[in-house]
Design a protein around this ligand. Structure first.
Ligand code: BTN
Length: 323
């Protein structure tokens, strides 16, 4: 963690109280002049820091930045988090894959303020403007067979939906396989990837993109289907830090449940967030259409569709809509 981030984390721990320059310099083992320089840098980033001659510094307000120190502060739980924040990158999934291949540990989280080549499913582009949304990728190394890795897609979808419901009070619903919608408009998407060799899973990358404070003008005109953001739905922004903290806490809790109890509990929660469970739906498999009742998820994440003659068809890919 940089000295700047360490100072920020000391401020966070102090709350409204003052922190003396001497205390910072002693804790971080840097000179008083270096402390002052870092405080100035924080001010340039938009942090409001009060300085009092005999008492030191205290943090008053901060901008909606995503900094590792802020994200990690107070994160407890089973996952050993290691958060890295980038101002800009091509794609956090792509960067994290490289880190994973070089041995990065489970719990490594890469967050970018902007992505220049954000990737969506099926080779699509994920619109990733700066300063408004959440783009992150998490590395997990569970000891599960590779065919079970898609189960974690549903875990990330449930965690993201629950975090949006908790922090933004939005009626978020899941759409198979891994979209989150509000009023039929897409608000978040998951791009999960894995690396495996025959029967051994090396790692899973959970890529999560959430449209938080994006304005209507920031959405490209030619989107494949209607999209929305928290700002557009509520008419007011959400602090990205508050949202990501809630998301990580939920991922942590759900991952523990998953490792202890298996996919069942995750599946139940995902099904509870679906509007289409037990409804007659049409699945566009391009080419080919299937009609049936959506009866839930299979162990590998396939959609279970009950056909008119009672047979269960497993859907592996396709676009599902209410008939
Ligand atoms: C989709 O619905 O098509 C999936 C979108 C996934 C976007 C996220 S943003 C963070 C991570 N990095 C990427 O390049 N993509 C995922």
């Amino acid at each position: 963690m940089s000295s700047r981030d360490q100072i920020l984390s000391l401020f966070r721990r102090k709350g409204a109280a003052f922190l003396s320059g001497q205390e910072i310099s002693r804790t971080l083992n840097i000179s008083r002049a270096a402390v002052w320089k870092q405080v100035e840098q924080l001010r340039e980033l938009g942090f409001e820091i009060e300085a009092r001659r005999s008492q030191g510094y205290r943090l008053l307000t901060g901008p909606d930045l995503l900094l590792a120190a802020d994200i990690e502060a107070g994160l407890a739980g089973g996952i050993d988090w290691s958060v890295h924040c980038l101002a800009e990158t091509g794609s956090t999934n792509q960067d994290l894959r490289q880190m994973a291949e070089q041995g990065a540990a489970e719990g490594t989280l890469l967050v970018a303020d902007r992505q220049s080549a954000g990737r969506g499913r099926l080779g699509r582009r994920w619109e990733s403007p700066a300063g408004v949304n959440l783009y992150c990728s998490l590395l997990l190394r569970p000891r599960i067979p590779p065919q079970q890795a898609p189960q974690l897609t549903f875990l990330s979808a449930v965690a993201t939906a629950e975090a949006l419901i908790e922090t933004c009070r939005l009626p978020v619903r899941v759409k198979w396989p891994n979209d989150l919608l509000v009023g039929g408009r897409k608000i978040a998407g998951m791009l999960n990837e894995m690396s495996a060799e025959s029967e051994q899973l090396h790692f899973v990358l959970l890529g999560i993109g959430v449209n938080l404070n994006m304005t209507a003008q920031q959405f490209p005109a030619e989107l494949r289907y209607p999209a929305t953001s928290v700002l557009l739905e509520r008419g007011e922004p959400v602090a990205r830090l508050v949202f990501i903290r809630s998301l990580l806490q939920r991922i942590d809790a759900l991952y523990r449940i998953y490792l202890d109890e298996g996919f069942r509990a995750i599946r139940r929660r995902w099904e509870g967030l679906s509007d289409l469970l037990n409804c007659v739906v049409q699945v566009d498999q391009n080419p080919g259409l299937q009609v049936g009742t959506m009866v839930g998820l299979d162990e590998d994440g396939a959609l279970r569709l009950q056909l008119e003659d009672g047979r269960i068809e497993r859907i592996l890919a396709g676009d599902v809509r209410l008939l």
